[in-house]
Write a protein that binds this ligand. Structure first.
Ligand SMILES: *[C@@H]1O[C@H](CO)[C@@H](O)[C@H](O)[C@H]1NC(C)=O
Ligand SMILES: *[C@@H]1O[C@H](CO)[C@@H](O)[C@H](O)[C@H]1NC(C)=O
Ligand SMILES: *[C@@H]1O[C@H](CO)[C@@H](O)[C@H](O)[C@H]1NC(C)=O
Ligand SMILES: *[C@@H]1O[C@H](CO)[C@@H](O)[C@H](O)[C@H]1NC(C)=O
Ligand SMILES: *[C@@H]1O[C@H](CO)[C@@H](O)[C@H](O)[C@H]1NC(C)=O
Ligand SMILES: *[C@@H]1O[C@H](CO)[C@@H](O)[C@H](O)[C@H]1NC(C)=O
Ligand SMILES: *[C@@H]1O[C@H](CO)[C@@H](O)[C@H](O)[C@H]1NC(C)=O
Length: 916
């Protein structure tokens, strides 16, 4: 008896230590991190109760948490990093973080917190960083900092504070950095923060500072006071000024009696100033902008300088000069007179005409950038004096063409950034002589042709980014010279290969190859033939996919014996023999087959002695998980199978219990996995598998078979005598089934994703959004996804777009000439079309803002077809017709649900017709 009880106890403990979490996934290989972001988590207790007690980081960002019950984290007392940003917390009442004595970082950014009880941070004796920006705090509770005995940095930016006084909020002898950006602060008192080194008070327009406000902060070095009355800075005491090494402020020269030199007077230790000139012009007469000893780094922003013959800035030895958005129109060699020591020069966001000799005196320059400056032509003569230049950046200009050997004077150049230009062809060896270049970025141009030998001299190049272009072909001759290339990014092009090609054969150092998203406007990747990766033994990581057509030859991967990571996504792999293709990948550690249209996984996915640790098969059509498949992956630590239509049947019973009980392989978000078939048990983990033992299965099988037999005989008989009636029955059944499928699939976050060119933003924001999101009474509110508003920051643009298209019921394309010209819109259109191909749902809805002649549409086969069929909406010029337009648009957005009803009705109608 005792033994049995003991055994049961043992069973129970082993159950508690298996993994699979609710709303979270454990990081691998650093298992001390839990990722729980963006999972719709509202009940924190549910989630935390499953988390292993030794995790040190939990990321709960972007959920729906409104309250944290006291003691919520008592099970994870070793927590060092806690991210609760982007939730809906509105107050902290005390006890929320009880016991977290080793917590180091607490991120509460972007909640709705308006009150914090004094005792909330009690016990957080090791907390170093507290982030509270983007909340609604109007006051700070008394004594709140007294508990934070190790605090180092506090961010209270973007709240509604009117005053800040450490006398009330509690002092700290350890606080070094304090951010109070963008509040409504009029008065500050930081006298009880003796260790303070950095304070950001920018954008508090009513701020007043007494001369001695920082008298008790002898270590204050960084003082940021942009968009604050500049007198506040000028009035500070000499002692305070003398220590400062970095200041930022705003100054409108045209109206103010002050000059930059006057403001920084007395700041002897200064090595960096950042001045926002609020659109000022250059001072008239001979009073120059900075005729005093200027600090090492000078950043001037937002001025209106025009043609600058002579900046006459520095007497000092400025080494970094940044003139950002300064309205510069023309620069010549006199402009930078007196700047011989300059090492870094940034002229971003100006519309400059650069004279041939502009950089004549700047022989020490190592870094030069003019991003977003509307430059069309790059003149080789600019670079002749720049013998020491190692970094050149020309991002987001309008460069159409590169002259032959344009950079060849830059023999020391190591990094060259040319992304976001209008380059169409790479010809005539523009990169010749760049033998030291290690990094070249040509992404987001419109390159569709690269001449052979263009990269011949780039023998040191380690990183080449050609993503976001229209490249169709790459051959060994085009890529010759790149013998040291390690990382090659080919994301979002139109590459198409034939089975005999081996484009990368001479890239003998290649380790990382990224070639996702081939297709928009092209034919898809095509054939990855048997020689495609020939000679690529050193490849570690390959990403490939998001393409209409991709065929992988069974021998294609055979050279990749050292491959550790393989990412395949957005392609149809159903017909590929996965076992054969993957059989050479003995060292593979991480395999992703995301949205690959798979119905099953083969039993021998990888070779017998494989090293696979992470397998991700999200968004496929897997109904069951085969035990043999997993048995053949002995080192598997993570199996991500989310977004698959798993069935809760006896076939999956073993998987359910394995996922819950095994202590080796984690199934991320296990407790969120839903049953696709069963209405009673919504989740896989709830599925009752007691009836799945062997005898019962065979008994059930026997009974089912007998019943089926009898039914079949009856059906045959019935068909003979009652043919039509049975057909109606089938029709209704079909319609009903269709209806159910629709219901199961309606988990869309948005009603529509709107694809439009930024040039048409006025219409979208002024007409479309108000009419659909905030309609007149009676009409239903629709949820729209707009890229500038709803995209997740930090994710790559393309992934954002794709996620948007799949999380919205429809994609509205706002078609204008701008739309047709915009690269992103084209990608959005193509991806929405791809969805038609992959899941058969046509989500596109076209709204034409202007009539566009057929011939302009010719590159867009599908668009043209849609226009021919006249299944699009045209925005009427006349205001009185616009109401009708909105009605039609709303109808179109609703149609899916109704179609299903119609399906049902259609069936019944047909029934009636047949009977009648
Ligand atoms: C946490 O504990 C489990 C077992 O209790 C152990 O396997 C794992 O290695 C520990 N993780 C860390 C990061 O210490
Ligand atoms: C969260 O879930 C637990 C049980 O898992 C329940 O006791 C508690 O009431 C829930 N809390 C909220 C706020 O719904
Ligand atoms: C948590 O995830 C978000 C992305 O959703 C990221 O911005 C944030 O930095 C992460 N926090 C930590 C501590 O890793
Ligand atoms: C805190 O959260 C914000 C918003 O999610 C995120 O952008 C930021 O990176 C986080 N900070 C840290 C240090 O994790
Ligand atoms: C934020 O809190 C205020 C009250 O302080 C409330 O009116 C508002 O609805 C809340 N916003 C959200 C998004 O929860
Ligand atoms: C800050 O508060 C302390 C204590 O009340 C006071 O002595 C000091 O003068 C105040 N400083 C400023 C600048 O108001
Ligand atoms: C590729 O390398 C081989 C052997 O080093 C060489 O013979 C061949 O010319 C190279 N091809 C190109 C196009 O550079």
């Amino acid at each position: 008896m005792v033994q049995i009880v003991l055994f049961l106890l043992l069973l129970n403990t082993s159950a508690c230590c298996g993994f699979g979490f609710r709303g979270c996934s454990q990081n691998y290989p650093a298992t001390n991190i839990m990722w729980c972001f963006n999972q719709n988590i509202a009940n924190l207790s549910d989630v935390i109760s499953m988390i292993p007690d030794n995790v040190t980081t939990i990321n709960l960002s972007k959920n729906k948490i409104r309250v944290i019950p006291p003691g919520s984290f008592s099970q994870v007392l070793g927590l060092k990093n806690l991210d609760l940003s982007q939730n809906q917390l509105d107050s902290l009442k005390g006890g929320e973080f009880r016991g977290l004595v080793v917590l180091d970082l607490l991120n509460l950014t972007s909640n709705n917190i308006s009150s914090i009880h004094s005792s909330v941070f009690e016990g957080l004796t090791r907390l170093r960083t507290l982030l509270l920006p983007f909340n609604r705090l109007a006051t700070i509770s008394p004594g709140i900092f007294n508990y934070l005995s190790a605090i180092h940095e506090v961010d209270l930016s973007l709240n509604m504070l009117k005053t800040f006084s450490c006398v009330e909020s509690g002092g700290s002898s350890t606080l070094k950095r304090l951010h109070l950006f963008a509040n409504y602060i009029q008065r500050v008192n930081v006298s009880c923060f003796p260790a303070l080194e950095y304070i950001r008070l920018s954008n508090n327009s009513k701020l007043e500072l007494q001369a001695d406000v920082f008298a008790s902060n002898p270590r204050l070095k960084f003082l940021l006071l942009q968009r604050v009355k500049v007198e506040a800075l000028v009035g500070l005491s000499m002692d305070t000024k003398r220590n400062l090494s970095w200041v930022a402020f705003s100054l409108f020269l045209d109206k103010s009696p002050l000059t930059v030199c006057r403001v920084i007077e007395g700041m002897d230790q200064l090595n960096r100033i950042e001045v926002d000139l609020k659109g000022s012009r250059l001072p008239q007469h001979n009073s120059s902008l900075l005729n005093c000893s200027a600090p090492a780094v000078v950043i001037i922003m937002d001025a209106n300088f025009g043609n600058v013959a002579h900046l006459s800035l520095g007497k000092g030895n400025t080494s970094g000069l940044y003139l950002i958005n300064c309205g510069l129109k023309q620069i010549s060699y006199t402009t930078f007179d007196g700047f011989q020591g300059l090492k870094t020069l940034q002229l971003n966001q100006n519309k400059i005409v650069v004279q041939q000799d502009a950089f004549k005196g700047l022989t020490d320059l190592t870094s030069l950038s003019f991003d977003r400056s509307k430059i069309r032509d790059i003149d080789p003569n600019w670079f002749v004096p720049l013998k020491k230049l190692t970094r050149l950046s020309l991002i987001k200009n309008e460069v159409l063409d590169l002259a032959p050997k344009v950079f060849s004077a830059l023999t020391q150049l190591e990094q060259l950034y040319l992304q976001f230009n209008l380059l169409k062809y790479i010809t005539k060896k523009p990169f010749s002589k760049l033998r030291k270049l290690t990094k070249l970025n040509l992404s987001l141009n419109i390159i569709d042709f690269i001449e052979e030998g263009s990269f011949q001299d780039l023998t040191s190049l380690r990183y080449l980014d050609l993503s976001g272009n229209h490249i169709k072909r790459l051959t060994p001759s085009i890529l010759s010279g790149l013998v040291n290339l390690r990382t090659f990014v080919l994301y979002n092009n139109r590459l198409h290969f034939r089975s005999y090609e081996s484009p990368f054969i001479n890239l003998t150092s290649l380790q990382y190859l990224e070639m996702n998203y081939q297709g928009p406007g092209g034919r898809g990747i095509g054939d990855i033939g048997p020689h495609f990766f020939q000679g690529q033994r050193q490849l570690i990581c390959v990403g490939i996919g998001h393409s209409i057509l991709l065929n992988i030859h069974p021998d294609a991967f055979s050279p990749l014996v050292n491959l550790k990571q393989l990412y395949i996504a957005g392609v149809i792999m159903k017909t590929t023999n996965l076992s054969a293709v993957f059989s050479p990948l003995k060292r593979l550690k991480k395999l992703t087959l995301y949205r690959a249209d798979l119905d099953t996984l083969p039993a021998n996915l990888l070779p017998p002695d494989n090293a696979l640790e992470v397998l991700k098969v999200q968004s496929n059509h897997l109904h069951t998980v085969d035990k043999m498949t997993l048995d053949a992956l002995p080192r598997l630590r993570t199996l991500d199978i989310t977004e698959n239509p798993l069935t809760c049947t006896c076939e999956n019973a073993w998987f359910k219990s394995w996922a819950i009980h095994n202590a080796h392989t984690q199934v991320p978000y296990l407790y969120n996995l839903q049953c696709d078939n069963d209405r009673r048990a919504a989740y896989l983990w709830q599925f009752n598998d007691k009836a799945c033992s062997y005898e019962e299965v065979s008994l059930t099988l026997f009974i089912t078979c007998s019943v089926m037999d009898v039914l079949f005989v009856c059906l045959c008989l019935a068909w003979h005598t009652q043919g039509p009636a049975i057909r109606y029955l089938l029709l209704i059944l079909k319609a009903k089934l269709r209806g159910r499928r629709g219901a199961a699939g309606t988990k869309f976050q948005y009603d529509a994703f709107v694809s439009y060119s930024s040039k048409d933003e006025a219409w979208v924001m002024g007409q479309l959004v108000p009419s659909l999101e905030r309609p007149a009474a009676g009409a239903q509110r629709l949820r729209l996804c707009l890229h500038h508003r709803d995209f997740r920051p930090g994710t790559a643009v393309l992934e954002n777009i794709e996620a948007a298209i799949y999380s919205a019921r429809h994609t509205i394309c706002v078609v204008t000439r701008h739309f047709l010209r915009s690269e992103w819109c084209s990608v959005e259109f193509q991806l929405a079309s791809l969805r038609l191909l992959c899941d058969g749902s046509d989500v596109l809805l076209l709204v034409f803002l202007e009539e566009i002649p057929q011939h302009c549409l010719s590159p867009y086969t599908r668009l043209r077809k849609i226009v021919r069929k006249k299944t699009y909406l045209l925005w009427p010029e006349k205001p009185e017709e616009q109401d009708a337009f909105w009605v039609r648009l709303r109808d179109a957005l609703k149609d899916e649900e109704e179609e299903e009803e119609e399906g049902g009705r259609g069936g019944e109608a047909e029934l009636a017709r047949l009977i009648g």
